[in-house]
Design a binder for this molecule. Structure first.
Ligand SMILES: [Zn+2]
Length: 494
C-alpha cells in the first residue's frame, strides 16, 4: 500500500497592518472589535487596497523555495456564507496565484533528504474569529483578526508518512522564520496545517481523499495522520473502501481520533470570480530581482556552512539552525569570541578557535537551552548578551571556574543579565589555582587523613579521589580539581 499526503499551510504574515486596510494586526488577547474599519468590516462602499509589504513577503517566500513569481497574478472572490466573513466572500487568489511551483527539502528523522514539490503560494485575508458560548443561542464575532494577511501554500502529495509531513512543516516553518515573514507559531494559530490524504492498494484500488483539519502542533499532525492512514488501510484490507467518502475531518486531540465534519467542497462550490476592486499584481523583472537580493541564507545552506566553517557534526549543526534565533545568537557569540581574541592580542590557532566554538555550542545547546525551557522563554527573550556569553565561554575555557561554579555563574547571568566577571567577583567563585594556597590545604588534608594517605601510597586510586574531595571541601569547592590531583600525586609518590 502507498500513502499519499499533501499539505495546505496557512501562515499569518508578520505585517504591521491588515491585508486590505490600514488597521493594525493585533494579537488575540486584545479587546474584541477594536482594530476594525469599514473595509475589514465589509461595509458597503469601502474599497480594499492590497498591503504591499504582504505582497512582497509572499513573493519572497516564492523566491526562497525556488518557485516562479509570475509577471501577472490577480485576486479573486471566494464566496461562502459564514458569520466570520462580513462581505459574504473572502478575497483570495484562484487561478493566478502570486507564486507557482518551487520545492522544499525535508529530512525526516533517520531518512535521507527528500524534495517535496510545491504547487503554489497565494495571498488571502483571514476570517474573523467566532466564539460560541455554551448554552447560548448566539455567536460572538471578533473582527480584529478579520482581514489579517495570510499566505496559503499547497504541496504536491509527495509525502508518504506522518514523519515526512511533520518534517515538511518543520522545514517550511523554519524558512518562514528565516525570512522573518511570519512567527509561524502553531500553538498561536499563526501556522495552520491541513492535510489531504489517501491510500493506494497494489491492485489499483484507492480510498477517496480525506482532508484533515484542526491539527495544532507537530505532534498532532503525526498522530492525526497515523490515525487516518490506519483508517484508510483497514478499509482497503477489508475491501470496504467504497464506504469511505471524500470529506473533511477534524482531529480531536483529546479522543485521539478524526471525526467527520462535512463533505469536502470543490472549487465550483465557492463560485470564484475575479475581484473587480483590485488591479492585478504585475511585478517587473527589476522588482523581482530586487526582492531576490533580500533572501537571507536559508536553513539548508546555513547547515552546510556551519558544518564546514565550525567543523560541527550534522546533528549539532541541525540543532543550531532549526531555530533562526538560536543560529543567530550562536554566530553573534562566535563573532564576540573572535573579537575577544583580537582585543586581547591572542592569536588563536585554528584548533584552539574550533575548540572554543565547540564549547560555546555546548553551553548554548545544553545549559542555556535548559534554562530557557525551564523559564518557558524563547531565544529572542534571553537576557544574556552574546558579548557576555562569549566572555563566559572564555573564562570557563581558561579554567577560572570549575564546572559547578560555572553553572552558578550562568544561572545568575540568565536571571539577571549580569556579566560573568562581576558575578565571579561578587560571589567569590573563581577557582583557586594558587599553588601556595593549595599546598596549605593539601598539607592539612594529608595530616588529618593518615589511613587514606597510606592507601594511596599502596596504589589505591579510590583513596586518591577521596583526598581530592577533601581538599575541595577544605577550599569550599573552589580549588582547581585537576591541579589538586596533580599536586597530591606528586606529593604522595615517594
Ligand atoms: Zn480595517
Amino acid at each position: 500500500m502507498q500513502t499519499l499526503i499533501g499539505l495546505e499551510i496557512h501562515a499569518q504574515l508578520a505585517t504591521k497592518t491588515k491585508m486590505f486596510c490600514g488597521c493594525p494586526t493585533v494579537s488575540d488577547d486584545q479587546e474584541p472589535n477594536t482594530s476594525v474599519c469599514p473595509v475589514c468590516l465589509g461595509l458597503p462602499g469601502s474599497l480594499p487596497v492590497p498591503n504591499q509589504a504582504a505582497v512582497q513577503m509572499a513573493m519572497r517566500v516564492g523566491l526562497a523555495i525556488g518557485g516562479t513569481v509570475p509577471a501577472f497574478s490577480k485576486f479573486d472572490r471566494k464566496n461562502y456564507f459564514y458569520p466570520d466573513l462580513p462581505k459574504g466572500y473572502q478575497i483570495s487568489q484562484y487561478d493566478k496565484p502570486v507564486v507557482e511551483g518551487g520545492s522544499v527539502l525535508i529530512a525526516a528523522a533517520g531518512q535521507p533528504p527528500k524534495k517535496v514539490r510545491m504547487i503554489r503560494v497565494h495571498l488571502e485575508e483571514d476570517a474573523a474569529k467566532s466564539t460560541h458560548l455554551d448554552q447560548s443561542d448566539f455567536t460572538l464575532v471578533d473582527f480584529n483578526r478579520g482581514g489579517t494577511p495570510l499566505i496559503e501554500s499547497v504541496t504536491e502529495p509527495d509525502m508518504q508518512t506522518p514523519q515526512e509531513a511533520k518534517a515538511f512543516v518543520a522545514a517550511y516553518r523554519s524558512i518562514l522564520r528565516y525570512l522573518k515573514v511570519s512567527s509561524a507559531d502553531m500553538e498561536k494559530g499563526q501556522l495552520r496545517v491541513d492535510a489531504n490524504i489517501n491510500v493506494l492498494a497494489e491492485d489499483g484500488r484507492k480510498t477517496p481523499i480525506t482532508e484533515i483539519k484542526n491539527m495544532n502542533s507537530l505532534r498532532a499532525i503525526e498522530r492525526a495522520l497515523s490515525y487516518e492512514i490506519k483508517r484508510h488501510t483497514t478499509a482497503l484490507e477489508e475491501g470496504s473502501e467504497s464506504t469511505l467518502i471524500k470529506e473533511t475531518r477534524g482531529w480531536d486531540e483529546g479522543r485521539g481520533e478524526t471525526r467527520s465534519q462535512r463533505s469536502k467542497e470543490i472549487a465550483a462550490d465557492y463560485r470564484y470570480f475575479p475581484e473587480p476592486d483590485i488591479p492585478p499584481l504585475e511585478p517587473s523583472r527589476a522588482t523581482i530581482n530586487e526582492l531576490a537580493r533580500t533572501i537571507p541564507e536559508l536553513p539548508d545552506k546555513r547547515l552546510q556552512r556551519f558544518m564546514d566553517e565550525y567543523e560541527l557534526a550534522p546533528k549539532i549543526a541541525g540543532q543550531l539552525v532549526a531555530d533562526v534565533a538560536v543560529a543567530e545568537y550562536f554566530e553573534n557569540v562566535v563573532s564576540e569570541l573572535d573579537g575577544w581574541a583580537q582585543a586581547n592580542n591572542k592569536k588563536l590557532t585554528k584548533a584552539e578557535r574550533i575548540k572554543l566554538i565547540a564549547s560555546a555550542v555546548n553551553w548554548i545547546l545544553v545549559e542555556l537551552t535548559k534554562h530557557l525551557n525551564k523559564a518557558e522563554l524563547r531565544m529572542q527573550e534571553v537576557r544574556i548578551t552574546p558579548e557576555n556569553f562569549a566572555e563566559f565561554v572564555t573564562i570557563v575555557q581558561a579554567g577560572v571556574l570549575n564546572s559547578s561554579a560555572a553553572q552558578v555563574v550562568l544561572a545568575d547571568m540568565f536571571i539577571n543579565g549580569s556579566d560573568p566577571s562581576t558575578v565571579i567577583k561578587d560571589q567569590n567563585l573563581a577557582q583557586v589555582s594558587d599553588t601556595a594556597v593549595l599546598d596549605e590545604a593539601i598539607a592539612a588534608v594529608i595530616k588529618a587523613n593518615p589511613q587514606p594517605v597510606e592507601d594511596v601510597k599502596a596504589g589505591k586510586t579510590q583513596a586518591l579521589q577521596f583526598l581530592v574531595g577533601m581538599v575541595m571541601r577544605q577550599t569550599k569547592g573552589k580549588a582547581n580539581p585537576g591541579l589538586v590531583l596533580e599536586m597530591l600525586q606528586k606529593k604522595l609518590k615517594s
